[in-house]
Design a protein around this ligand. Structure first.
Ligand code: B12
Ligand code: SF4
Length: 456
């Protein structure tokens, strides 16, 4: 492949477009974009990649987040395109990559899916990048300039985070399209090994923590603003996270992040979280059924302590976004109603359900494949709204319909008001969040689904 670099004086001039694909709204038509849709929070994937490109190369960078804008592949004017690919977007990414390459545009695929399924991704790319890319992406760009592009790049997970000293280039996103435009990472990876999760495989079981003072400096300009931490499990090292919270207090931020049931018994964690500005946590409860949680190897999730933990967080003004999956082998058809009732009873502020999905590279994918239960490798269906395997406690149809019902049921106005006004942490912010999640449920649940029929 010939790459044409325009040389202006000493500067090498190259145009790079980085794209984050997002299937959900595209599948449902384009009405959302026409309404100038907004997303909850800004992604850090593209801004982090952009920041890793050495400034001295004088590269012109464009970022496109499909969550808030349409991607017109034919209109892309770039020398190099990088596509960030999660499993549900893989086929669309391959299609786009094939088109772009036909036009002579160097096309790079990176992210979770190319990392975990490199053989198929390689077929559609000039190069793939596996794992984190703060070290390998600048190397790749330099290789393009030298006309020595390799077929595959990969960072060691640890190496990357040590080098990630620059703040994400957030200003390259359409920041007005996000309710929470300031997002960042404190840690990467996870110490746990939940059998359904892609992160341990992607990060090779590592858990990396950024230098606290460096993060505080990055946050200082955002003093008194709302911040979202995108880490999967930031409080895994309790000494580290408490030191971070202590240093965060003077910045007077309002922040949102993930927490786990491990924090349920840690009063010092709760106290410091509140004092440093915590306003909401996302907790992966996964199931209200003890056996299902154990099946997912999330052994620290003690189901009998969920309600008390939620109550304790609410009392301190911290809202809870609970996430649950349906379709574990131990789940029976009553799981949907029981979960929706639990959510209302505990006044969970925000709620997101998904159908259990065995993502490639996870222990669950391997197990279900061994058992001959994976029914499709159509990755577009691996989006948490389709049953892509044969569940054991119900039929696939029951699983999908039960998920649709629960998504609708927990976003009826009755449920939204019960939860928002009944929660000690309820606020206009969580009410608006519910409006967003209700709209999302309306997009995800097919219009052919008859809620009333299942309500009986
Ligand atoms: C924020 C987030 C989102 C956001 C924004 C997505 C985004 N990245 O822009 C939203 C809410 C939109 C989202 C949606 C979904 N998400 Co999500 N999300 C995350 C989360 C929590 C953080 C991602 C992040 O920003 N990380 C920080 C950045 C810097 O890291 P990164 O994205 O990995 O990018 C680095 C490398 O991967 C690499 N890289 C990535 N892309 C590219 C591209 C190129 C060209 C190159 C060179 C390198 C490269 O370089 C980057 C810098 O090092 C991750 C979990 C996690 N902690 O990683 C899940 C995660 C990525 N999501 C996941 C899933 C499953 C989903 C959903 C399907 C969930 C659902 N059921 O609805 C949807 C998919 C949307 C769709 N239908 O298309 C899975 C992906 C699994 C997989 N095999 O693909 C993850 C890993 C969660 C998990 N535990 O399983 N998600
Ligand atoms: S589900 Fe959460 S706790 Fe479990 S491995 Fe994934 S990131 Fe870690």
């Amino acid at each position: 492949m010939n790459f044409c670099i325009v040389t202006e004086g000493l500067d090498t001039y190259m145009k790079i477009t980085l794209i984050q694909l997002y299937n959900t709204f595209v599948q449902q038509g384009q009405i959302w974009y026409a309404k100038k849709r907004k997303m909850g929070y800004a992604p850090t994937t593209l801004p982090s990649l952009a920041a890793s490109i050495p400034k001295e190369l004088g590269v012109e960078i464009t970022l496109i987040d499909e969550g808030v804008e349409l991607v017109d592949v034919d209109a892309i004017d770039a020398d190099v395109v990088g596509l960030s690919v999660m499993t549900p977007n893989a086929f669309r990414a391959y299609e786009m990559a094939d088109k772009l390459r036909k036009r002579g545009i160097i096309t790079i695929l990176g992210g979770f899916h190319p990392t975990l399924m490199p053989d198929e991704a390689r077929e559609h790319a000039d190069a793939i990048v596996r794992g984190f890319a703060e070290v390998s992406f600048p190397k790749l760009i330099n290789d393009i300039i030298k006309n020595k592009l390799q077929k595959e790049y990969s960072d060691s997970c640890a190496e990357t985070f040590e080098h990630q000293m620059y703040a994400p280039m957030r200003e390259k996103l359409k920041l007005k399209r996000y309710f929470l435009p300031t997002t960042l990472e404190l840690t990467r990876g996870c110490v746990n090994q939940c059998s359904f999760c892609s992160i341990p495989a992607f990060c090779e079981g590592r858990y990396l923590k950024r230098d606290i003072d460096q993060v505080i400096e990055e946050l200082r300009p955002f003093s008194r603003k709302r911040i979202t931490f995108l880490d999967s499990s930031p409080p895994e090292d309790s000494g580290y996270i408490k030191e971070f919270y202590r240093k965060l207090i003077p910045l007077k931020l309002k922040w949102y992040s993930c927490a786990t049931m491990k924090q349920a018994a840690d009063e010092e964690w709760l106290d410091l979280a509140v004092r440093s500005g915590c306003k909401g946590v996302l907790i992966g409860f996964e199931s209200i059924h003890k056996e299902s949680v154990q099946e997912g190897r999330k052994l620290f999730n003690q189901v009998d302590k969920y309600a008390q933990f939620i109550y304790n967080l609410h009392k301190k003004g911290i809202a809870v976004l609970g996430t649950f999956m349906f379709g574990f082998d131990h789940d029976k058809p009553d799981i949907f109603r029981r979960t929706a009732e639990f959510v209302d009873k505990t006044r969970m502020d925000l709620i997101h359900y998904a159908i259990f999905t065995p993502f490639p590279g996870t222990p669950d994918f391997k197990r279900l494949e061994r058992e001959g239960r994976i029914i499709t490798r159509n990755w577009a269906l691996y989006d948490g709204t389709h049953a892509v395997y044969n569940p054991s406690g119900m039929s696939r149809e029951q699983l999908e319909n039960g998920y649709f019902w629960a998504s609708k049921r927990s976003h009826t106005m009755r449920s939204v008001f019960t939860r928002t006004f009944g929660s000690a942490a309820g606020s206009l912010f969580t009410l608006l969040g519910n409006v967003g999640f209700r709209q999302l449920a309306n997009v995800l649940v097919p219009t052919t689904f008859n809620y009333e029929e299942y309500e009986d």
